[in-house]
Design a protein. Sequence first.
Length: 331
Amino acid sequence: MDRTTSGAPLRIGVLGCADIAWRNTLPAVLRVPEVRLTAIASRDAAKARTFTDRFGGTPVQGYENLLARDDVDAVYVALPTALHHHWARRALLAGKHAWVEKPLAATAAEAGDLVELARTHQRVLMDNFMFLRHSQHARVAELIAEGRIGEPRSFSSSFGIPPRPDGDVRYSTELGGGALLDVGVYTVRAAQLVLGDELTVAGSVLRMDPGRGVDVAGAALLHDRDGRTAELNFGFEHGYRSMYAVWGSEGRLWLERAFTPPVTHQPVLRIEGQGRYEELSLATDDQFSQLVRAFAAAVREGRDRRPYEDTLIRHAALVDAIRAAGLPVTG
C-alpha cells in the first residue's frame, strides 16, 4: 500500500528558506497532524540548520540532495518565482508531490509544463494561495448565490504593500520579481474565484522602476463574455491594502483583509443595497493550516485534479496577458 494513502502523515521536505516559510507556512505545517516535516534544504547549510532548529527535520545542503531522500513524499518549493518551474519539475520527476509557493510559475508555458508533468506522473501539484482556503470567501459565494446583491456586474480588488528594503528579492528581474508576480497575482486569482475562469484582459498599466527594471505597481481591466468586469490594482509602493468588492444589480459587498488575515482576525463582510447596510461578523479561520490540510487530503484521496489544474494554467495565462498588454509607465 502507498503510505501516502494509508493514513500515515505526509512527509514534507522544503526547498529554500524563504521569509514566508519562516513566518507562515512552516508554523502551519507544525499545526497539522496529517503532515510531518522531515527535511529542509538550502544552498547554505547554516541557514538550513537555523530553520530546522526552530521547526524540526533534518538540515540538508543542496536541493538535489533533498529530492534524493526516501523519507520525503512531497516537496514545498519555497524559492523565488523564477526558480519555481525548475525545482517543481525536478520534484515531480523525482516522484514527489509538489506544493509550490505562489505564483506556481513565472509564465503560462511553465505552468502548463508542470501540470502536464503532474498528470503524467500522477502526482499532486498545488500552489500556495492560502487565502483561497479561508472560510470568508465561501460565505461571499453563498451570499452571491442567494441573490443578496442581485446579479454580479463587476469585481474590484486591491493588494498593496509598502516599499521593500533595497536588495529584496521582489526587486530582482533575474529571480522573477515585480509587483505583478508578487501581489498582483492575488487579485487575478480572486477575480477568477468570483467571476470564473473565462476572463480576458482588456488592458493594463505597469509602473516601472527605471533603476531596478521591475514593475512596482500596476492596474488591469479584465472582462468575461457577458461583459462583467474585474478592475485590479496592485503594488509595493503603497500603504497596506488587501481587499475585494463585488458590485451587483441590487447592491454590493466587500471584504477587507481579503488575502492575508491573521489567524486571530475576525472578518467583517459588509453588504450595501438600496436603503440597507449590513455588517456580518464572520468566524476566525486559519487559512495557513487549512491549505496544508488540503494538500495532504489531495495526496491521500487521489481525486480528479483537472478542474483545479486548468485554473492554474488559466491564471498563469491571464498574468501573461496582463504583462503583454501592459502600458509601461516610468517615474
